[in-house]
Design a protein around this ligand. Structure first.
Ligand code: NAD
Length: 471
């Protein structure tokens, strides 16, 4: 069958949007208002490095301000361009609505290869980029709150927060200008691994629904499922680690920039990450078959495929050869609109990006709330809860006349600290959001995928918000 040419990332997101919105009763004007990207700021700035001025290009795109602040990561990569940033900003709008994080959508990017610069150089570049955005309130606790994305992490977020504080010395809530900060700089426990953890919770919820397991032509639980992961960075590594260590899944292949490693008996995730840190890639990892053409390994037969690197990797050129039952889009936009059609026709179930990687923004939301409230979650309640639990167990022991096991006591007495509360909030979000899109998927004949269902849930909330604003 002749296939149309692949659209851009932005167009691909719009096509998925159009498919869903055509099933809704919204006025053409409101549809267009939701679809368009409100603004994209492009900045070119120079930094004097290594004896010369180097000019960098960065973007911050605001897709929708139906809720403020707007939220979305900052990406450092050579692939960054306006189309990509706008597509990612749109996905942020839809994602926040789906998981009920009270933000509009935004995204930023800097066209740079971070591996080419020393740490102190990266700090100067990041601070200068942040300064340019802050001058226009494109980083601000009540207007626009970035977070990490590909090529950025806690380190960059700490620099950005510090830059904001220097430029706003009397701002009480300055820590809330960015999320994904280190714990000792106003971060929150559990943020680093939140997106990977969210992928795990999403898969666990999928396997609680027999109809969904059947739709993917699978059976059983996550235990023993063969998983292929592309991208072993923050999201891919954490997702693989939790699925292998806690759910018994087998990570049978990991695809990175320098190739892929395969072991059908299961790859040791911790050993592989240590090897990557030491060597910069997956090549020469002992005990595994190495394949130089990593993207070919996306086609390896498996139960669950986790693209966790970048957009557009599953497209019209390889979709027909993808041999999995379930794809969970840990990255943003890894499956193009055209590939989505091919895979659906082939019976592959796709858990869409706007849901699958929403763990990051969910815990970012908790971090922002923590920064605004200036107190660690659990600080007031933990010992009180512990005291009540001790009292209860003592009374139980007195009534029954037998002691409760020390193991039970150790677990039961512990009041919830910040990490436990963050995990609880994240798990609840991932479970309830899954259920909201899953029920639309199964209750409407005209909804053929979890992705369209996710858009319907999300767009309905955004439209409601615009209508409430009188638009
Ligand atoms: P990261 O930079 O920590 O990791 C990305 C990894 O992918 C790196 O190890 C890189 O070497 C690898 N990679 C890049 N291109 C590749 C390719 N073509 N083939 C194979 N491997 C490749 O980034 P991350 O934060 O893990 O983000 C990954 C994806 O997840 C992105 O799409 C991002 O938008 C999305 N995401 C991240 C977060 C977050 O909290 N970090 C939240 C939501 C979504």
């Amino acid at each position: 069958m002749a296939r149309v040419q692949e659209p851009s990332f932005r167009k691909s997101v719009d096509m998925m949007f159009e498919k869903a919105v055509s099933l809704m009763d919204l006025s053409p004007g409101l549809r267009e208002k939701i679809r368009v990207c409100n603004s994209t700021y492009t900045v070119r700035f120079g930094v004097k490095l290594r004896g010369d001025i180097h000019t960098f290009t960065g973007y911050r795109s605001v897709h929708s301000e139906h809720k403020e602040p707007v939220k979305g990561g900052i990406r450092f990569a050579t692939s960054v361009n306006q189309d990509e940033v706008e597509a990612l900003a749109a996905l942020m709008t839809y994602k926040c609505a789906l998981v009920e994080a009270p933000f509009g959508g935004s995204k930023g990017g800097l066209h740079i290869d971070p591996t080419q610069w020393e740490e102190d150089e990266m700090e100067r570049i990041t601070r200068r980029f942040a300064y340019e955005l802050m001058k226009r309130d494109l980083i601000h606790p009540s207007q626009n709150v970035p977070a990490p994305d590909m090529g950025t992490g806690e380190r960059e977020m700490a620099w950005i927060a510090d830059q904001f504080r220097r430029m706003n010395t009397t701002e009480l809530n300055s820590e809330a200008c960015v999320t994904g900060k280190p714990l000792n700089k106003g971060g929150i426990a559990g943020r680093v691994e939140a997106t990977g953890r969210g992928v795990q919770y999403g898969l666990q919820e999928f396997f609680r629904h027999p109809d969904d397991i059947k739709a993917a032509n699978m059976s059983g639980t996550l235990d023993g499922k063969r998983v292929v992961v592309q991208g072993f960075g923050n999201v891919g590594y954490h997702a693989a680690k939790f699925l292998a260590e806690e759910d018994g899944a087998l990570i049978t292949a990991v695809i990175e920039r320098d190739g892929a490693v395969i072991n059908d008996k299961g790859i040791d995730v911790e050993e592989l990450v240590a090897h990557m840190r030491a060597t910069g890639g997956v090549k020469n990892f002992p005990g595994c078959e190495y394949v130089e053409n990593g993207s070919a390994v996306l086609e390896k037969d498996c139960d669950i495929l986790i693209p966790a690197a970048m957009e557009g990797v599953i497209n019209l050129s390889n979709a027909e050869r993808i041999s999995t039952r379930l794809i969970i889009e840990a990255a943003n936009g890894p499956v193009t609109a055209g590939a989505d059609d091919v895979l659906r026709e082939a019976g592959v179930v796709i858990i869409p990006d706007m849901y699958a990687n929403a763990g990051g923004v969910t815990v970012s939301y908790f971090e922002w709330v923590k920064n605004l409230s200036h107190i660690r979650f659990g600080r007031m309640q933990r010992r009180q809860q512990e005291g009540s639990n001790i009292l209860l167990v003592k009374e139980m022991e007195r009534l029954v006349g037998k002691p409760v096991s020390e193991e039970f006591k150790a677990k039961f007495f512990q009041g919830a600290g910040e990490l436990e509360l963050v995990r609880s909030g994240l798990e609840d979000t991932m479970r309830t959001s899954y259920q909201s899109m899953q029920s639309v998927w199964h209750s409407r004949n005209d909804v053929d995928s979890l992705r369209t269902a996710a858009y319907l849930v999300s767009l309905d909330r955004i439209a409601g918000s615009y209508k409430a604003l009188g638009l």
